[in-house]
Design a protein around this ligand. Structure first.
Ligand code: NAP
Length: 277
């Protein structure tokens, strides 16, 4: 737990690459909105963008990132883009990697994940490893693997240990046990639904503990929750197509939650998931 206001903004992955701890999620955004949001986010300090084949917006994300690069706002090296192979492609993972690369048009993919467990996922992982060796992908990982057994199943066939596990993770469903287990591998947990996900955010934003802490720091509930993710060692990718929210969500580096506040938020865990995949 870090209560230092000079919180690190990146984490060094076991692959050797630095990954930003706060990024933009793009699920449900159309190509056009994803393009504008990715570009706007980068212009406002974001360096991590999360997409997936399944979201159908890799083209838009690629366009937004390339626009920011073309305008000299960032270099390719400064930007970290994640994509994922979806179950429909588990029988053709090498081609799926090439397809994602072509849609993004960024030369390489910083992090590529298996979107969820499924038939053939071990072969998919091997394809990701081939992608790393071929210089197409820098870091690889898995998503929606919740237990140490799930993780070990992939590790048994892996030559490259997963760098990231991206899971549903929020104040009501905290992946603490998995996070502690993964420490021995240097694998980091990344939170999807960091704000609870579309349709669920109000329950989190109106939580009494979160509201009290937000008032104390003169921050919004979203900012308190995101700060909690980062201070607890999670990477967070709040999804938004709203520019005011995109700016708000990265404005969390000028305050710190105290040890007591962190403990209060950790105590809100009720092992309650919003999804079942
Ligand atoms: P989320 O980030 O928990 O919540 C997104 C919702 O919060 C949207 O309705 C958004 O609306 C709203 N919001 C964002 N910032 C806000 C703010 N400051 N104040 C008030 N409302 C705010 O859920 P998510 O986007 O579904 O998840 C995050 C990302 O994780 C996704 O975008 C995706 O990249 C990834 N993901 C991965 C998986 C997986 O299986 N690997 C599954 C789900 C998601 P506005 O657009 O109006 O801001």
């Amino acid at each position: 737990m870090t209560s230092d206001s000079a919180l690190r903004k990146t984490v060094k992955l076991n692959s050797g690459y630095e990954m930003p701890m706060l990024g933009l999620g793009t699920w449900t955004l159309s190509n056009d909105v994803a393009e504008e949001s990715a570009y706007f986010a980068i212009k406002n300090g974001y360096r991590l963008i999360d997409t997936a084949r399944y979201y159908g917006n890799e083209i838009g994300v690629g366009r937004g990132v390339r626009r920011a690069i073309d305008e000299g706002i960032v270099s390719r090296e400064e930007i970290f883009v994640t994509s994922k192979i979806m179950p429909g492609d588990y029988q053709r993972p090498d081609a799926a990697i090439d397809d994602s690369m072509a849609r993004l048009g960024l030369g390489y993919i910083d992090l590529m994940l298996i979107h969820q467990p499924g038939r053939g996922d071990e072969e998919v992982y091997k394809a990701l490893e081939r992608g790393v060796r071929a210089g197409k992908i820098r870091s690889i990982g898995i998503s929606n693997y919740y237990t140490s057994d799930d993780f070990e199943r992939i590790c048994r066939i892996a030559e490259i240990v997963p760098a990231v596990v991206q899971n549903e993770n929020h104040i009501f469903y905290q992946n603490k046990e998995l996070q502690e287990y993964l420490r021995q591998y240097g694998t980091v947990v990344e939170s999807w639904y960091p704000l609870g996900g579309r349709g669920n955010t109000q329950e989190i934003f109106h939580n009494e503990t979160i509201r009290k802490i937000a008032e104390r720091h003169e921050k919004t509930p979203a900012q308190i929750v995101l700060r909690w993710h980062l201070q607890d060692g999670y990477i967070a990718i709040p999804g938004s197509g709203n520019q005011a929210h995109i700016v708000e969500n990265i404005d969390i580096f000028d305050f710190a939650l105290s040890k007591e506040e962190m403990q209060e938020i950790c105590a809100l865990n009720m092992r309650r998931r919003f999804e079942n995949w």
